[in-house]
Design a protein around this ligand. Structure first.
Ligand SMILES: [Zn+2]
Length: 279
């Protein structure tokens, strides 16, 4: 029996199955990963791109990169793995999908928004945000596509609803000037060092779907993010629960007892599981 057949049997015997998705499912779509899923930053650029402080201080740089990401993403489509996942959701073989990815492929593949939990947010919407620590944002929210239709590429999107506000900027030699600024529309993706408006609601949804699951299928992540590793360990240590990890490279679950590891790419294993589970 192959490891895919074994995993299919285990999932078939489970009542409630939750899928946890990492960057490996999006790789075949040709997207550069938003953050390095190994948890080791390749360079300063990817670190800057994922830090809220850097976003606040260098919005022009940040949006220049964001609009490149946006163009690449909009020119690409979900992978065979995403569509196989959708088939399994449709057949009730998978009950909830938690994704670490911000690229929105799960929803584009046709899985309903009620079934998908985007743990780190999504690039598809933007919300008014404060970057100077002065006052609150007005809560204005717009789809990124809609904003882009009326606005040029590469610019920093400014909130159309908020009034401009003044900031005292202190320079060298005790100089001080007053600058008028407007609040920025920030894509609703979670950066390091921030909590999104939706963070608590998202966390509640994640907790309740994991609590009700007796099987966890982890796809395309090396599990170096601390919280996810702990989740996998919790499932592995519970005799009544099943956990399957699918990733072509090493993961931090490799040395855990009670985990079924399939060391192959998601675009091979997920369609394979689909064929076995909903044949
Ligand atoms: Zn605003």
């Amino acid at each position: 029996m192959s490891s895919i057949e074994q995993a299919a049997d285990m999932l078939q015997e489970s009542e409630t199955v939750v899928a946890l998705i990492g960057a490996g499912l999006s790789t075949p779509s040709g997207m550069p990963t938003y953050a390095n899923s190994s948890g080791q930053w390749r360079n300063t650029e990817s670190r800057n791109w994922t830090e809220r402080d850097y976003f606040n201080e260098h919005p022009r740089w940040w949006f220049n990169r964001f609009w490149k990401f946006y163009n690449q993403r909009n020119a690409s489509t979900p992978s065979v793995g995403h569509y196989a996942l959708k088939d399994m959701v449709d057949a009730s073989a998978i009950d909830a999908v938690i994704t670490q990815n911000i690229d929105g492929y799960e929803i584009e593949s046709g899985i309903s928004e009620e079934t998908v939990i985007e743990a780190h947010g999504s690039y598809r919407t933007m919300r008014c945000t404060e970057t100077d620590g002065f006052g609150d944002s007005c809560g204005f929210r717009i789809s990124t596509d809609e904003w882009r239709q009326g606005n040029p590429a590469r610019s920093v999107p400014l909130c159309p609803d908020c009034k401009p506000y003044s900031v005292h900027v202190f320079g060298d030699k005790n100089t001080e000037r007053v600058e008028t600024r407007r609040r920025i529309l920030k894509p609703e993706i979670m950066l390091y060092g921030e909590l999104l408006e939706s963070s608590w609601e998202t966390k509640d949804r994640i907790d309740s779907s994991l609590d009700s699951a007796d099987a966890l299928i982890v796809i395309g992540t090396s599990l170096h993010v601390m919280g996810w590793r702990a989740t996998v360990r919790r499932f592995a240590e519970d005799d009544k629960k099943t956990v399957v990890v699918i990733n072509p490279n090493k993961t931090s679950a490799d040395d855990m007892d009670g985990v079924t590891i399939i060391q192959q790419p998601a675009e091979v294993v997920v369609p394979g599981l689909r064929d076995l589970l909903i044949a």
